[in-house]
Design a binder for this molecule. Structure first.
Ligand SMILES: *Cc1c(COP(=O)(O)O)cnc(C)c1O
Length: 410
């Protein structure tokens, strides 16, 4: 059976359930899991035609696979991108998007507030291959302007950023990047494809870790790269086919089914995050709260221009407790807080149905060093909370109890 979707534009929730579905000749309801590494040909002639490009047929799951193709098409439809390729992890997606495009002698400009491994690629890996890189403060357009006054091949940025939820003005940076000859690659993990559309705001390539909200239940790793058909087929695809960061069809299938509830989950998580941000702001143990849609976020206007919701993460800063040693800052209070939580998990993951906190200074942002942390505004009292799907009232009660512990004298 081969009914096709109606030709009119479909809304995101519909695309998340229906987009990219390819029924096999068994007419199954749920998307089939093609757990196969290879494919067979009817004849030597069909094999020849497949390899010389005159026939369309799957060849090998490093190149393509029907379950993987369904997820690629669903994500492309949701993003409004011409094409998508999946990878085994979010980092493989970032790495492939960059290395497929760059060569020795090129220059890269990136926002400083990047996911740890993205920071390592830009600061440590690229220079090894003769690719120059420069970091700028993502919120400062004057720094982007200066850095992009020289010819540049690629711009990498994350907005909102991890963990300080800092925004980058996408249309403004895209205009500066294009003037310098660069493509703009946006890591859109924190916003999800539902809250922010980087391609419509001037970006050329969007990357995701499917590990986060798309799976959303902590089961599998995955990554996605989206862009124009020409770039994906001519620049990215030769790189991914020949270097082999392919996603397992099983993992692609888990993410594909995860997407069916993405809009419901992200909506509920945003609602929870906004309520929790307000509750935290009223507590005496909390020095400040960062949530993109709150009136006290320094870039609230930009966030509201660029995003359809405030996101599923809240970052906040704890004050030191009355008995805490000055030199230690708020680390002891932050640890008392984390250890006193009974519902919310301590984990560096995010976008999960289970709420999680992390203390960036001693975990995800430990390796970048104190000086770089200070530049990013990460203190020893900074806590990042990924809001899940539990009842918000239960989460607020858990947070209240843990804050009381954080504020106690030792
Ligand atoms: C998790 C994450 C990545 C990396 O994704 P993996 O699937 O863990 O490889 C990249 N960027 C951001 C913003 C992330 O949160």
């Amino acid at each position: 059976m081969s009914r096709s979707l109606p030709p009119r534009p479909l809304r995101p929730a519909t695309l998340l359930v229906r987009g990219g579905t390819m029924r096999s000749d068994q007419d199954e309801t749920s998307e089939a899991l093609f757990l196969t590494s290879g494919f067979v040909y009817d004849s030597a002639e069909q094999a020849e035609a497949t390899f010389n490009g005159t026939a369309t047929h799957f060849q090998y799951s490093r190149f393509g696979n029907p379950t993987v193709a369904m997820l690629e098409q669903r994500l492309a439809a949701l993003e409004g991108a011409e094409a998508c390729r999946l990878t085994a992890t979010g980092m493989a997606a970032v790495h492939a998007a960059m290395l497929s495009h760059l060569k020795a002698g090129d220059r890269v400009v990136a926002s400083r507030a990047l996911f740890g491994s993205c920071h390592w690629i830009v600061s440590t890996l690229l220079p090894r291959y003769g690719i120059e890189s420069e970091f700028v403060d993502g919120a400062d357009l004057a720094q982007w302007d200066r850095a992009l006054s020289k010819p540049t091949a690629l711009v990498l940025l994350e907005t909102p950023s991890n963990p300080m939820l800092e925004m980058v003005d996408l249309p403004a940076v895209a205009a500066l990047a294009h003037r310098a000859g660069a493509i703009v690659v946006v890591d859109n993990v924190f916003a999800t494809p539902l809250l922010q559309k980087p391609l419509a705001l001037g970006a050329d390539v969007v990357v995701y870790s499917c590990t986060k909200h798309m799976d959303g239940q902590g089961r599998v790793l995955g990554g996605a790269v989206l862009g124009s058909k020409t770039w994906v087929e001519e620049v990215l695809q030769p790189f991914t086919r020949n270097t082999g960061p392919a996603i397992s069809p099983f993992n692609a299938w888990v993410v594909l089914k995860g997407l069916e509830t993405l809009s419901l989950r992200v909506e509920a998580m945003c609602r929870g995050a906004a309520a929790i941000a307000d509750a935290l702001a009223g507590r005496k143990e909390v020095a400040r709260v960062l949530y993109p849609f709150r009136a006290d976020h320094p870039q609230q206007a930009l966030a509201r221009r660029q995003m359809a919701g405030g996101g599923t993460l809240v970052t906040f800063e704890l004050k030191p407790g009355p008995g805490d040693a000055r030199a230690e800052g708020a680390k002891a209070a932050a640890f008392r807080f984390c250890n006193a939580l009974r519902l919310i998990d301590i984990s560096n993951n995010l976008g999960d149905s289970k709420s999680m906190v992390t203390h960036p200074a001693t975990t995800t942002h430990m390796r970048i060093g104190a000086e770089e942390r200070a530049r990013l505004g990460i203190t020893d009292g900074t806590i990042r909370l990924s809001v899940g799907l539990e009842d918000v009232a239960d989460l607020i009660e858990d947070l209240d109890e843990a804050l009381a512990a954080a504020g106690q004298a030792r």
